[in-house]
Design a protein around this ligand. Structure first.
Ligand code: ZN
Length: 133
């Protein structure tokens, strides 16, 4: 097993930031019906428009859950603008593997949910790249 796969398994078995958040600034549920992955993202946004805390709840395959664990670590402390400009390339760099077309929707589910949550929080329409994730 290579190093990246080990990291995916480790995040899957011991996910970071997992659990619900009461009084979140925004929460949002998204699923990936082709695989059966589903998750709810909770964001807490501070006065400066930064993510002060983030949690997720859900079930799914190793890639979807590991990417949610890594992605939630990654966005903590980031501004809403920084999150809105993130794309698939950033995600692949973060998780360290290219999931390939079959697993791409698993890997991007957390990114999509987090990005959509920021748009909802700001009362802005979801952008086209996010819709296609
Ligand atoms: Zn999946």
């Amino acid at each position: 097993m290579d190093l990246y796969a080990e990291e995916i398994i480790s995040h899957y078995e011991h996910p970071h930031n997992k659990g619900r958040m009461d009084n979140a600034s925004v929460s949002l549920h998204r699923d990936n019906p082709t695989c059966g992955d589903e998750m709810t993202i909770y964001l807490s946004v501070d006065k400066e428009g930064r993510i002060s805390d983030v949690k997720f709840e859900g079930n799914g395959c190793a890639i979807s859950m590991a990417s949610a664990s890594m992605m939630t670590d990654h966005v903590k402390g980031k501004s809403l603008g920084e999150i809105e400009s993130m794309g698939v390339k950033d995600l692949i760099e973060l998780i360290g593997i290219d999931p390939g077309p079959a697993r791409l929707k698993c890997a991007t589910l957390s990114l999509r949910a987090i990005k959509e949550a920021t748009f909802v929080y700001e009362h802005k329409p979801v952008d086209a790249p996010t819709k296609s994730l």
